[in-house]
Design a binder for this molecule. Sequence first.
Ligand SMILES: [Cu+2]
Length: 214
Amino acid sequence: MKLRLPLTCLATTCLLAAPIAAQAGDLTVTVTDTAGKPVASAVIAFKPAAGGALSSADRQGPFVLAQKNIKFNPFVLAVPVGSTVNFPNQDRVNHHVYSFSAVQPFQFPLYGQGQTRSLRFDHSGTVAIACNIHDSMSAYVRVVDTPYYATTDATGRVTLKDLPETAGTLSVWQPLMDAPEHSAVRTTTPGKGSSTQTFTVKIRAAAMPASSAY
Ligand SMILES: [Cu+2]
């Protein structure tokens, strides 16, 4: 949840009137592997120990996990709990999208170009996505229970904006991380202004896709 201050009020007045902690600022998180290379497709999430409830605006999206060129795009999609994800087929061939993950198993039987299937993700955790026709197709929906999250790109870096100045947990999750539940967690209290943190994670290199452009 982000605080939206009325345009008409003075900043000092608003700070005094704010019902919860003031905005602390931005936290930039860098994820690298043990060789110092940036790690893409890592979901960074900050969960306040208290508060941080999701609003309907947080769930608006749109959240899209497309099928294009016999691949899922993106490889990792992070969404807040209760969000609906659209799965458009942008290929000329049919796909049969499914998951066996205990968090939320589902399947969309064969559907073709221009068609879309949708699913609301009601439980936090990881849902591994595959296609019953194309074994090479793989993707993940990472369902988070906080509005403060982002996914690293090829630079391995994300900035979480307008974090509340309150203690909480900062987590990194990446499907190829060699760690329990492919994740690492630390406690932190975002500082005022801009701050930075770094995660160094071990990646199962042999499992990395040939292309890093996912
Ligand atoms: Cu397919």
